[in-house]
Write a protein that binds this ligand. Structure first.
Ligand SMILES: [Zn+2]
Length: 129
């Protein structure tokens, strides 16, 4: 089924708006947040990698290395499944209920830079969501 294109008054195609007021706290605080991605319960991790997802994984791994059970640390980080190259986590500020993200461990700025193995795993994990 093809949806008809709805035009704004100026003739530009109208985009559907996804109203997510619960994300307002994130949107208004993300720029100044110290160590974004580090869950409060994993704040013992002393680092800051400057990336929400790298901080998340590093704080989970630090907690596990320092005696927290993997189950508890991963739950604190909202991790659902960890693969060899990628992981699935809950979005702390979801657009909809059950919004998950499939992320590579590698911090890359382009999908094309992802290894073939990691790209395959990314798709395999995406199919499980
Ligand atoms: Zn990163």
């Amino acid at each position: 089924m093809v949806r008809p294109t709805i035009l704004r008054g100026d003739g530009v195609p109208h985009m559907d708006i996804l109203w997510t007021p619960w994300r307002f706290a994130y949107i208004t605080s993300a720029d100044g947040a110290p160590r974004p991605g580090v869950p409060k319960s994993l704040a013992a991790w002393p680092g800051d990698l400057g990336c929400v997802f790298c901080n998340l994984i590093a704080s989970v791994e630090y907690a596990i290395e320092h005696g927290t059970s993997a189950e508890e640390a991963e739950a604190a980080g909202g991790l659902i499944l960890r693969g060899k190259h990628c992981f699935i986590c809950l979005n702390a500020f979801p657009y909809t209920s059950g919004h998950v993200m499939v992320m590579p461990y590698a911090h890359l700025d382009r999908l094309a830079k992802l290894s073939v193995e990691a790209a395959h795993e990314l798709i395999e994990l995406s199919q499980q969501t």
